[in-house]
Design a protein around this ligand. Structure first.
Ligand code: SF4
Length: 876
């Protein structure tokens, strides 16, 4: 029975840009009960596996609870005074561009607003950039080139009203699961066609009508081919073209491209073109596979060109649709969190816009040139042009391309401040000053999701320790830097009102972002504010843009941009013959500072891995579960090999989540080249070049422990379990004495050891018990150790007298690797049910085991398991 004595609070999920509404109720023990908000227009009560597990991630384990200076606890007064002094002094001595803020799509709009105001209006530099630069800067740039404004034309309803949904470079099933479920429901209800365009076969391909596995980086060639086909078919919308400039140039440029560059067959290309042209209602959804490219902006415009040419924009069920990665990446775009934008869709490079903001803020200065975009910002940190850096809620020492160089640049910077919820990140460990911020469940403000819906995020838990909200910390620095009146905010509501009022200034200048209708909102109105989508203007097609032919360039016309296909910036060589694609997995978020706190999320994929095609693996003598060594001109990594034809020969894929905290040898962005799109500055995170070779350690190991462990070995990766921790390991040299090694590993100098050694075969199994309970166990051998890992992970804290067998007793079947996080259903359980109960559909699996019956995030995996089980059965 849940404790109903705490009120239920409406808030939003802090992970992806779908922006699902959640209902939160404190459980009285520091945790939260979480359910989907049935009234939120993004999700109508649905949550994915990550959102469903939010309650498991709000504990104080690992939290930063007081300010720290050089590793010692400090008072807020001392820390803030030091930060304000150092920034003021650095600006005075070296100029405004010698300081920088690197912020995050995790910030709330009010936090963003204050940081942006401080840097651009009071420090006088535009050196504030956000980690959203790594996520959607190419969409921002493509939108601005085409529409004259960075505005997503459509709404989530369009995904349900479309006849055809095309996913380009987007594994929506794992990265925006609730949207994917909305599309699949519409497909079920009205037969929406679904096409996936991705070099990799992903979970999003499940249920798709067509998967086009194009060559990495060839999206512009494909959409230029589509534009040529549209032209050849006479499918240009002549009426709408009156609102567009540049059409003939764009068509002429497209005709110069050869869609053979995609590597797709003529039949595949023609089938796609025919389906697209023949479907009146088309939505093209795209995300990082398009944006994270040295030609990302051109790819965006190649897609948008096709929609503009055919008038498939702004009408129900139509439009190009960029989905953002982070919960408030869109809010950051609206509030001007990028180094080349001003607040409220005003342009930094437009003198009238600058003057308007300058006047509104009544600020001493206004930045008049764009600041450094993320990659350039860290280069400037590295070469000493930036001497004071404030990093807020992000982990660039892991996530930036060429991450080792970025880590070294931060380490060498004169003064580094990090605001975060934990000190245990690769970046926080480099800070001179650590500022403890409130976490998601404790914060108040607003966020904007991918379809322009602004929602309230509300605190459901009290701020622990000395933590403070980000807007409050930044405003305090503003005051201590000498701008007391400008940063005299008492609440996020006050900041929101100022922001809404500034948007009225933008509206008066003809910009589209105008929420000034909210500028008079009282504190209680802000407190109860329901989700709303801008614009408010009646007559817009249900809150959509551009169907009326009104764009935001001078003259009011939209622009088709002539673009040409360009190959990725790195070219494979004999030394680095593979293309490395990086991305997200289903149950983890960014660098895992929150999702890794959840045992069930950690159980899905507990170790970093490399997907490699079986033919490449065979050539390199790599077997399943081997470790592989990757090298690039920038860095190296060791990962577990997963052989799969989901990737093409010559391509490899690795997730981007693991860090120095969780798997130090698997910081994959250390290998990524710091090459950027020339327009957007977005790095190319999906097409670096690497070598792959088998890594032959002297030993492999697997450990479980009730305490955290950080092995001293060439490779290790750890994950939480319900009973403690599990870790995969591999060492370059054999320990002299396995028992001693294990004692050191687990820090158990006195515990009673149970040891099984097979010296001839090089195998060791060691368990430590205390008071009749297992504390930890290590299993090591000369090859990847075959064990029932999910079973072993349940043993710490129990008697476990037979732990060293590595297998469950006959009366306790091993569930196998976790597939369904919501109901904790493992692979072996699913396979047994398929066989024993003759299950023939994903729905039947749901009925039998509940797997897939809640959030639906695992349904693509269930479909794959079912298909392979049934085909195996048929073959027998
Ligand atoms: S889809 Fe999942 S991660 Fe994204 S906002 Fe919704 S619940 Fe959160």
């Amino acid at each position: 029975m849940k404790d109903q004595s705490f009120p239920e609070i409406r808030s939003t999920c802090p992970y992806c840009g779908v922006g699902c509404g959640v209902r939160l109720r404190a459980d009285g023990n520091g945790g939260l009960d979480v359910r989907g908000d049935p009234d939120h227009p993004a999700n109508f009560g649905k949550l994915c596996s990550k959102g469903s597990a939010l309650g498991e991630t709000v504990g104080l384990d690992g939290r930063l609870l007081s300010p720290r200076i050089h590793g010692r606890d400090a008072s807020w007064d001392e820390a803030l005074e030091l930060v304000a002094d150092r920034f003021r002094d650095t600006v005075a001595r070296h100029g405004p561009d010698s300081v920088a803020f690197y912020v995050s799509g995790q910030l709330l709009t009010e936090d963003y607003y204050v940081a942006n105001k401080l840097m651009k209006g009071y420090i006088g530099s535009a050196n504030i950039d956000t980690n959203s630069r790594l996520c959607m800067a190419s969409s921002v740039a493509g939108h601005k080139r085409a529409f004259g404004t960075d505005t997503v034309p459509g709404t989530y309803e369009d995904l349900e009203e479309a006849d055809l949904v095309v996913l380009v470079g987007s594994n929506l099933a794992w990265c925006h699961p609730v949207l994917h479920q909305r599309i699949l429901a519409a497909r079920e209800a009205r037969g929406t066609r679904l096409v996936v365009i991705d070099p990799r076969r992903t979970a999003s391909c499940d249920g798709a009508d067509m998967h086009l596995g194009l060559a990495a980086g060839s999206d512009a060639a494909l959409f230029n081919g589509l534009l040529s086909a549209i032209d050849a078919a006479g499918a240009i919308d002549d009426d709408f073209s009156a609102h567009i400039t540049g059409m003939q140039d764009a068509i002429a440029a497209a005709a110069l491209d050869d869609d053979a560059a995609t590597g797709l067959t003529r039949a595949q290309l023609d089938a796609f073109y025919k389906l697209w042209i023949g479907s009146r209602r088309v939505v093209t959804v795209y995300s990082q596979g398009v944006n994270q490219s040295t030609s990302g902006t051109d790819k965006v415009n190649a897609i948008v060109n096709c929609h503009l040419a055919t008038g498939r924009i702004g009408l129900p069920g139509t439009g190009p649709f960029s989905v953002t990665g982070q919960p408030n990446a869109m809010g950051g775009r609206e509030v001007g969190g990028l180094a080349n934008t001003l607040a409220c869709h005003l342009d930094l490079e437009n003198p009238d816009h600058r003057a308007a903001v300058h006047q509104f803020w009544d600020s001493p200065v206004i930045a008049d040139t764009p600041g450094k975009k993320a990659v350039d910002m860290f280069r400037a940190v590295g070469d000493g042009r930036i001497r004071a850096l404030w990093i807020i809620h992000t982990n660039p020492a892991v996530t930036m391309p060429d991450a080792d160089a970025v880590r070294d640049a931060i380490a060498g910077c004169d003064f580094v401040v990090v605001s975060d919820i934990t000190a245990q990140t690769d970046t926080a460990r480099l800070a001179h000053v650590l500022l403890p911020a409130t976490a998601w469940g404790e914060k108040d403000g607003t966020v904007t999701n991918s379809d322009r819906t602004i929602s309230r995020q509300r605190a459901a838990l009290p701020a622990p320790g000395d933590t403070r909200p980000d807007w409050d910390i930044i405003a305090e620095i503003g005051r201590r830097m000498g701008h007391a009146a400008a940063f005299d905010y008492a609440s996020p509501a006050e900041i929101f009102r100022e922001y809404a009022a500034l948007s009225g200034v933008a509206g008066a200048l003809g910009r589209d972002f105008d929420i000034s209708g909210k500028a008079e909102l009282g504190d209680s109105g802000y407190k109860t504010m329901a989700p709303f989508r801008w614009p408010f203007t009646q007559g817009r097609q249900g809150g959509r843009f551009f169907a009326d032919g009104q764009f935001y360039h001078d003259g009011g016309k939209g622009r088709m941009i002539p673009v040409r296909h360009r190959a990725p910036g790195s070219t494979p060589t004999a030394d680095t013959p593979f293309r490395l694609n990086t991305g997200r997995i289903r149950d983890q978020w960014h660098t895992m500072t929150r999702t890794a706190l959840s045992p069930r999320l950690s159980a899905h994929l507990a170790e970093p891995y490399l997907e490699i095609h079986p033919t490449d693996a065979a050539r390199l003598h790599i077997s399943p579960a081997d470790l592989v060594h990757l090298h690039s001109p920038h860095g190296r990594a060791i990962l577990r090999a997963r052989l799969t034809d989901a990737v093409q020969p010559g391509d490899v894929f690795a997730p981007m989540h693991w860090t120095g905290e969780t798997a130090p040898a698997a910081r994959i962005d250390a290998l990524v080249a710091p090459l950027t799109d020339p327009v957007s500055g977005q790095p190319e995170s999906k097409a670096s070049v690497v070598s792959v070779a088998r890594f032959d350690p002297a030993w492999y190991g697997f450990a479980v422990s009730s305490q955290p462990l950080s092995p001293d070995s060439a490779y290790w990766a750890r994950a939480r379990t319900r009973t403690g921790w599990r870790a995969e390991m591999a060492g370059a040299t054999l320990p002299q004495d396995w028992e001693n090694y294990a004692r050191g590993l687990f820090d158990l100098p006195q515990a009673q050891a149970q040891v099984m050694l097979d010296a001839r075969r090089g195998r060791a199994r060691i368990a430590f018990h205390h008071d009749g309970k297992l504390l930890a166990a290590l299993f090591a051998g000369p090859e990847p150790v075959a064990l029932k890992r999910e079973f072993l992970a349940t043993l710490p804290g129990t008697a476990a007298p037979d732990a060293l067998t590595g297998h469950p007793p006959a009366d306790r079947p091993d569930p196998g690797p976790l597939v369904c996080s919501c109901f904790n259903v493992g692979l072996n359980t699913i396979l047994a049910a398929i066989e024993d109960q003759h299950l023939m559909s994903v729905e039947a699996i749901g009925t039998a085991l509940e797997a897939g019956a809640n959030c639906g995030s695992c349904r693509p995996e269930l479909a794959g398991i079912l298909a392979s089980a049934l085909s195996k059965e048929a073959a027998e």
